[in-house]
Design a protein around this ligand. Structure first.
Ligand code: SF4
Length: 266
């Protein structure tokens, strides 16, 4: 069995505790308008043309995005950093794209990571079946779970998918007792209004919060916007400004009212 991965990041420090190896898995059922990794959306390998300017000259090259890895390939990469991962209290993170889209491979590779004594994290939009989540819960130590919008209609408009299953799966993971870090992207004009932030805060408070270790508020930025043209996606966020430092600080204080540690950024 093989999994389609579009990037491997060693010495990663933003995808869970300690130093980690992060595997970016290809394919996502959502299409968030602000997505920073448009190369992770298609579930197929892609060839893209990259243009680079040097002085007045533009050089183009072809790049393959997405490569199939076996579980053994993944374990071979991880083992190279074994000492750093263990000494730093780090581990392995599967992100994307949406790792749950390749749940059979994810299940196998998480199982191998746990057998090797590694801490495991899965970064997910929550959009999958509860059955799929149940297969990986026993082999996952930490879930990085995105909450974007609580209004179902608005969620559909800005991500292309409804949030009903997502919210059910959040509840399922809370009940599993596994560690959770909630990630809330802050996208001006899309989900950052006070009503949505209040709904998100209430939702977090009214669900069982003991296993929520941290809330990460992720301010919108345009890194990744230049990649849209390569993948033939329209980029609709050109006129959107990054939230101000004051607004992020205000939201940090607001979410601190949940009693959970809040951090701005990943
Ligand atoms: S869930 Fe994540 S990877 Fe998928 S489209 Fe949204 S931002 Fe991109």
């Amino acid at each position: 069995m093989k999994g389609l991965i579009f990037s491997v990041k060693r010495y990663s420090v933003h995808d869970g505790p300690g130093i980690r190896v992060s595997f970016f898995m290809k394919g996502c059922p959502l299409k968030c308008l602000w997505c920073h990794n448009p190369e992770g959306i298609s579930p197929y390998p892609e060839s893209v043309i990259i243009s680079k300017r040097t002085g007045t000259r533009i050089f183009t090259s072809k790049e393959e995005v997405g490569k199939y890895y076996s579980v053994e390939d993944v374990m071979g990469i991880i083992e190279k950093d074994e000492v750093f991962l263990h000494q730093s209290g780090g581990g392995i993170t599967f992100t994307g794209g949406e790792p749950m889209l390749q749940v059979d491979f994810l299940h196998q590779v998480l199982k191998s990571c746990k057998a090797g004594g590694y801490h495991t994290a899965v970064d997910t939009s929550g959009y999958s079946s509860s059955e799929n989540f149940k297969t990986i819960i026993p082999f996952t130590d930490l879930f990085l779970f995105d909450l974007k919008h609580l209004d179902n209609k608005r969620h559909l408009e800005i991500t292309g998918c409804e949030n009903i299953e997502i919210l059910k799966n959040f509840q399922l993971l809370l009940e599993s007792g596994k560690d959770i870090m909630v990630r809330i992207p802050v996208i001006p004009g899309y989900n950052d209004d006070n009503d949505n932030m209040e709904s998100l805060r209430k939702f977090i408070i009214t669900t069982k919060t003991e296993s929520v270790r941290r809330i990460n508020l992720l301010p919108f930025h345009k890194t990744g916007s230049s990649k849209y043209a390569r993948f033939n996606f329209p980029y609709s966020m050109e006129g959107v400004q990054q939230p101000s430092a004051e607004r992020m600080k205000e939201l940090k204080e607001f979410f601190s009212g949940t009693g959970i540690k809040v951090k701005i950024g990943g």
